[in-house]
Design a protein around this ligand. Structure first.
Ligand code: COA
Length: 191
């Protein structure tokens, strides 16, 4: 796989309604405004709660460092029409295995309008088509069917459920796993 196309901070991905771009310092207040909501946080793996502006600032710094190091590729999701940041999406890159893990979140006001699937499709296309990944995977908590639905809409395949995999916010959670492989992405493109 070739990490070079993922490194520039200027990298943007365009979709019909969204612009995906590197998180920048000015995003911190807006990220905190949307993310400081337990309905968002409880679906995620790492985001703290409460979620403060300082958490967003360190996320933005980490994102820049990790992008430069080729360790991950995070984007702020911007709604083209309003130019507002509405969420985040990213790939944690594991070049040795030519694989990456997809994760995403959106502010509650933007749920159920197809945005996560639209942004996710752009990341699958970039991951397989440009970076040369072979496997992109994602997982959601058993109690988060909306996220599972996004993975299904993306054409990912259910792989299984890891029981009691994670303790999150004091609760034991099953982790429901999906993935897509390069030949599946290629086959879907030619349909
Ligand atoms: C998961 C999340 C990103 C989905 O974003 P979104 O933009 O609403 O996703 P989409 O609109 O593309 O798709 C959501 C789908 O879930 C469905 N859905 C919503 N609530 C549901 C529920 N309780 N049960 C089953 N399906 C549900 C929607 O109907 C939609 O499917 P459809 O298009 O077939 O109608 C958003 O809910 C979120 O940010 N949650 C908190 C953070 C999180 O869980 N991140 C994922 C970590 S794995």
């Amino acid at each position: 796989m070739d990490l070079e196309p993922a490194r520039p901070l200027s990298l943007t991905l365009d979709t019909e309604r969204l612009l995906l771009r590197a998180p920048r310092e000015e995003d911190a207040a807006r990220i905190a405004e949307l993310a400081n909501d337990i309905r968002v946080i409880r679906g995620t793996l790492h985001m703290p709660f409460p979620y403060a502006v300082e958490d967003a600032q360190s996320f933005i710094t980490r994102s820049r460092e990790n992008r430069e190091a080729g360790a991950s590729l995070n984007f702020s999701i911007e709604q083209r029409a309003s130019k507002l940041l509405i969420g985040g999406i990213g790939l944690v890159l594991e070049p040795v295995h030519e694989r990456a893990e997809l994760g995403y979140w959106l502010g509650v006001a933007y749920w159920n309008q197809g945005y996560a699937a639209e942004a996710g499709r752009a990341l699958l296309d970039f991951g397989f088509g440009v970076l040369g990944l072979y496997r992109i995977y994602a997982s959601h908590y058993a109690g988060n069917p909306a996220s599972g639905r996004v993975m299904q809409k993306l054409g990912m395949t259910y792989e299984g459920t890891l029981r009691s995999k994670i303790i999150r916010l004091g609760e034991r959670k099953d982790s429901v796993c999906y993935s897509m492989l390069l030949p599946e992405w290629e086959a879907a493109r030619t349909l």
